[in-house]
Design a binder for this molecule. Structure first.
Ligand code: V55
Length: 271
């Protein structure tokens, strides 16, 4: 399926979605939100996809919400605005945040405003050292809305979050790694390689187990300790049925065959 605003490619079980409005620094217009809803539904169903990477075409990752098409052109058109917002929230906070596969943001360049909302809900982020990040909302008179403030407040230390929110100052990829907005920053020519290295490591894990790890983390983020304990126990039981107790193989490899060091490597769950 071809999209107006996205490129999609799957290679060696890694699917890459590339935001493709480089003339607008990959700003998200309403059409991109509709396209992302579709694309992520397809990725979820695709058994050939084990890891999802999201990146941007040209010199940008994503410039945030398209100021003209998302904000300005929908002034006085509450239905058009609500439709775009609903699609945006759906792909970011349901489809992407809860995708039962690992997701990696490969931040190749400009990353501003609303891009932080979905950057925050990717499981991992790798940046080019020379990428530029910023919460530019304050610089043109709005607040970081659409979940940006909330997600930045849980992802970052309060000092860093308010620094970005209230100064609107840009930071480099290197600084973003220091404040843990991304896992790591690498020279721009190494970004693809660093991203695929991480994807390869994730591909070695049992995908069912990974999906459960992620779901439990996402749900636990919104639970009390008591509720989380009950939920984790429930999900562990459910995983035993879903993954057919492959952990017994791990125990055998570790304790009988002595061919597995679980502190250092993944068990052979396919055998
Ligand atoms: C912003 C982001 C949104 C939104 C409205 O940060 C404003 C600006 C991620 O969605 O719907």
């Amino acid at each position: 399926m071809a999209y107006e605003t996205l490129l999609i490619e799957t290679k060696d079980q890694v699917t890459t979605i590339t935001l493709n409005r480089p003339q607008s620094k990959n700003a998200m217009n309403p059409q991109m939100h509709f396209d992302m809803c579709d694309a992520l539904a397809q990725v979820e169903r695709d058994d050939d996809c084990r890891v999802l990477v999201i990146t941007g075409a040209g010199d940008s990752f994503c410039a945030g919400m398209d100021v003209k098409e998302y904000f300005y052109d929908t002034e006085g058109k509450p239905e058009a605005r609500a439709a775009a917002r609903k699609a945006a929230f759906e792909w970011m906070f349901k489809r992407l945040r809860l995708l039962p596969k690992p997701t990696i943001a490969a931040v190749n360049g400009w990353c501003f405003g609303g891009a932080f909302a979905w950057l925050a809900v990717c499981d991992f982020a790798v940046a080019s050292e020379t990428a530029t990040f910023g919460l530019s909302e304050v610089n043109w008179g709005i607040i970081p809305a659409g979940g940006v403030t909330k997600l930045v407040s849980t992802l970052l230390a309060p000092r860093d979050a308010l620094y970005l929110i209230m100064t609107g100052r840009p930071i480099t990829g290197k600084q973003a790694a220091e404040m843990r907005l991304v896992n790591s920053a690498v020279p721009s020519e190494k970004l693809a390689e660093a991203t695929l290295d991480l994807a390869d490591e994730l591909k070695k894990k049992n995908p069912t187990v990974l999906a459960y790890c992620k779901e439990v983390f996402r749900v636990d983020q919104n639970l009390s300790l008591e509720d989380a304990l009950a939920f984790e126990t429930e999900k562990w039981t459910e995983l035993d049925a879903a993954a057919k107790k492959t952990w017994h193989k791990g125990v055998k490899q570790f304790k009988e065959e002595r061919t597995l060091r679980p502190g250092l490597e993944t068990y052979r769950w396919k055998e």
